[in-house]
Design a protein around this ligand. Structure first.
Ligand code: IPM
Ligand code: MG
Length: 376
């Protein structure tokens, strides 16, 4: 019987629909080549939908919950007050579906230019695992005397042992299948309470993984090590807000937001995981054909790895890298190809079985496939 996966597709706003449509074309090709099927349902969500209906994540949650995975485009629009969609949709989904680990690979692919002079792909192949449900992202805080000269704002960061432990344990297991080095990134010298809990949990969980070497770097120091000595890092585990910040830096090092991707993983199989590019909705270039669909297509690769389709995942990643490496620029009109042309070219390589797996290190998608929730 053909393997089949049920997926929800949320194209969202701005360039989301056009890059997701490229990813779906590549998915068609992968299904043909690797002999599996997907049952896809597309949901309207994002600014347009919110302005027309007032609906946010709540409205769609029951219909997403029983899917095997969610492929997400991007969300955001200048017509909606900042924070409404971010909190009401993206963070709601991550938290309600307990997508505890936000896995963000930082890989410099062959042929892709990095702004860091002299950086080579061998030196830049890490995964940043960002805690994805707690920290400053719980949205707790209060304001007193708002709008007056005496205004006071307090913003809380919530850190639970259970929340830290599950993401740290996952990171150790990821490291075990890779170069066996785990770096905790925090700010333990200032955020002492949270920092101590993170350090304690890393030390305790680390006892179960004696093969993995543990390292620690403050988040500010991370901002110079990451670009200048990326070879120091294999798996980095960090707090939600620090992870948000350093993964943008990681994206720059690997060639830009257009190629960066992420998996929001539910680690206990209680709800679906979600896969999204790191870039935003870029409303200024929506519909111009100038968006690079690589981030969305690489999200598809992560999703396929998670669904246990490791061979298809590797082929999609390799085909994307091949096409990216041949582009004169990674974004805008200078790419030389339009958004759909890039998608079609990648799909063709996957369909024809011409993807050259030697272009990508096999240390992420294969590991993700082996960490699929049903096997945890
Ligand atoms: C990201 C984004 C989101 C975040 C926003 C859009 C809510 O910056 O995925 O990194 O802060 O997590
Ligand atoms: Mg971010």
């Amino acid at each position: 019987m053909t393997r089949s996966h049920s997926i929800a597709v949320l194209p969202g706003d701005g360039i989301g629909p056009e890059v997701v449509s490229c990813a779906l074309e590549v998915l068609d090709a992968a299904e043909q080549r690797f002999g599996f099927a997907t049952e896809r349902s597309e949901f309207s969500a994002g600014a347009g939908h919110y302005l027309a209906t007032g609906e946010l994540f709540d409205a769609v949650e029951p219909r997403l919950r029983d899917r095997d995975a969610i492929l997400f485009g991007s969300m955001g629009d200048p017509r909606v007050t900042p924070g409404v969609l971010e909190r009401g949709f993206i963070l709601e989904m991550r938290q309600r579906f307990q997508q505890a680990a936000n896995v963000r690979p930082v890989r410099l692919y062959p042929g892709v230019p990095s702004p860091i002079a002299g950086l080579t792909p061998e030196r830049c192949e890490m995964v940043i695992v960002r805690e994805n449900t707690e920290g400053a992202y719980v949205g707790r805080g209060s304001t007193v005397h708002a709008g007056t000269p005496n205004a006071v704002a307090m913003q809380e960061s919530l850190n639970t042992r259970a929340g830290i432990e599950r993401v740290v344990d996952f990171s150790f297991r990821l490291a075990l299948g890779r170069r066996r080095r785990l770096t905790l990134c925090h700010k333990t010298n200032i955020l002492v309470a949270a920092g101590q809990l993170w350090q304690q949990v890393v030390a305790e969980v680390g006892e179960r993984y004696p093969e993995v070497e543990v390292d620690y770097v403050h988040v500010d120091a991370m901002c110079f090590h990451l670009p200048l000595a990326p070879e120091r890092f294999d798996v980095v585990v960090t707090d939600n807000l620090f992870g948000d910040i350093i993964t943008d830096l990681g994206a720059v090092i690997q060639g830009g937001l257009g190629v960066a991707t992420s998996a929001n993983l539910n680690l206990d199989g209680s709800a679906p995981s979600m896969f999204e590019a790191i870039h935003g909705s870029a409303p200024d270039i929506a519909g111009t054909g100038r968006a690079n669909p690589a981030g969305a297509i690489l999200s598809l690769a992560l999703m396929l790895g998670h669904l246990g389709e490791g061979d298809a995942a590797r082929a999609v990643e390799a085909a994307t890298v091949e096409v990216l490496g041949g582009l004169p620029a990674l974004s805008g009109a200078e790419m030389g190809l339009s958004t759909p042309q890039i998608g079609t070219r990648i799909a063709q390589i996957v369909r024809d079985g011409r993807a050259d797996a030697s272009l990508v290190p096999d240390s992420l998608l294969g590991v993700l496939a082996s960490l699929e929730p049903s096997r945890l």
